[in-house]
Design a binder for this molecule. Structure first.
Ligand SMILES: [Zn+2]
Length: 422
């Protein structure tokens, strides 16, 4: 048996100083007065349910020079994540039950945390061919997404949603109308003009969200919007929820932490899709989280090789890594100044993704649950260093920041999968 003693534990929505007794892979009891052969003294630390991230890219198979399941999951563990949901934009994309079976098996064998898997919405992720959702689900897919691509054809999305609803699968959408994307690099606006870069109109995102919300209303599917990034997107979701549409959405840390005005120059580490938006959009995301319009935070961890993220922004890949900076950056920039309550931030990273995605056995600390825990050090600042990242990708603009809330230890099924300094 293993005892985690003296930690400040996030339990049933409250922060409580207590101990957690772990027997094999499960939480056996919570309270004080226990004894065990193995003791971890978490005095002065925050003990939380292992974080849950419904949006990561692990690049395996096909682009393992960027990341693979082992390194991606190690990066997750270092960020306090114990369950992640991997996007299917790998090569080949798992769009048949056979490929899905192989993907799920690889995730289970190579991941040091629980790595769950999306299936694509359509064959090859860009076609209009609806897939065998029943077979994909049976093979282990937990939700559907063409992330990286919007579904361009409304009828395709409508049919996909109908079939997903019949199979009780979530459709998670990267909303992007290619006809409005303008080969853009950063947000359309003063910064794009200043840097003389092609701008991405917010309409590329918002018009597709508006379309999909109406399709979701008609089909009754659970429709989830990946990385909402604009004020109008948040307004649309707020309106849809008021209408009773079965919609959830996520915000990415970088869209909360940075606006396009903070892009220092033609620097690919600031190139993401959706792009960093205006200050007003950032404020709307914060408001959306606080009033419950935005349900969760997900990183969109998108590792790339250095050569793909250097040079001119026009030629660079979209995306930044997120697993290893998410909690500490958000804790430092939002909880410490009193914008978010720590409890809320934890909910957006644990119980909200777990419950909204129907993920069993994760997202909360309770007797009988899998012993998936993260332990954070809130008191001692650390500097985010490139040499410390466990991801193969070092493409994040947050390197060099001094942060509180670094991960001290992560346990999956009662086993240490990350320990600071080791
Ligand atoms: Zn995306």
């Amino acid at each position: 048996m293993l005892l985690i003693k003296n930690g400040l534990v996030y339990l049933d929505g409250n922060l409580t100083k207590t101990d957690i007794l772990i027997d094999n892979n499960k939480i056996k009891a919570i309270g004080t007065g226990f004894e065990a052969e193995q003791v971890i003294d978490a005095e002065g630390k925050l003990v939380t349910p292992g974080l849950v991230d419904v949006h990561v890219h692990y690049r395996e198979p096909g682009q393992t020079y960027k990341e693979d399941i082992a390194t991606g999951s190690r990066a997750g563990a270092r960020g306090g994540f114990t369950t992640t949901l991997a996007m299917p934009n790998v090569i080949p994309t798992p769009d048949t039950p056979e490929l899905m079976q192989q993907m799920v098996k690889a995730n289970r064998e190579k991941g040091i945390i629980h790595v769950l898997q999306y299936a694509p919405i359509t064959a090859g992720e860009t076609s209009d061919e609806i897939l065998d959702y029943k077979g994909l689900k049976k093979a282990g897919a937990v939700a559907l997404s063409n992330d990286g691509h919007g579904v361009q054809n409304a009828r395709t999305m409508y049919l996909a949603m109908q079939k997903a609803a019949d199979n009780d699968l979530i459709v998670a959408s990267h909303c992007q109308d290619d006809s409005l994307f303008n080969h853009g690099v950063i947000n359309e606006g003063p910064k794009a003009t200043e840097l003389d870069l092609p701008g991405i109109s917010e309409l590329a995102e918002t018009t597709q969200i508006a379309r999909d919300l109406l399709l979701a209303e008609k089909t009754g599917v659970h429709y989830h919007i990946c990385h909402v990034s604009t004020r109008t997107s948040v307004d649309l979701v707020r309106m849809a929820k008021a209408r009773g549409i079965n919609v959830t959405c996520e915000a990415a840390p970088h869209h909360l932490l940075l606006s396009d005005s903070q892009i220092p120059g033609n620097d690919p580490y600031y190139k993401m899709n959706p792009p960093l938006r205006s200050r007003s959009d950032v404020d709307a995301l914060v408001e959306g989280l606080l009033d419950g319009t935005i349900d969760m935070i997900a990183t969109d961890h998108a590792p790339h090789a250095k050569k793909e993220k250097t040079g001119d922004m026009r030629d660079a890949a979209f995306g930044i890594t997120g697993s290893e900076t998410c909690f500490s950056m958000l804790y430092t920039k939002f909880v410490k100044p009193g914008i978010f309550a720590l409890e809320d931030l934890l909910d957006w990273l644990t119980i909200m993704p777990a419950e909204n995605f129907g993920l069993e056995n994760c997202g909360q600390i309770k007797p009988g649950a899998e012993a998936d825990l993260a332990i954070f050090d809130l008191d001692h600042p650390v500097t985010l260093k490139e040499s410390d990242y466990l991801s193969k990708g070092v493409n994040t603009p947050f390197t060099g920041q001094e942060v509180y809330g670094s991960t001290w230890m992560t346990l999956v099924s009662g086993q240490k999968v990350y320990e600071r300094g080791n």
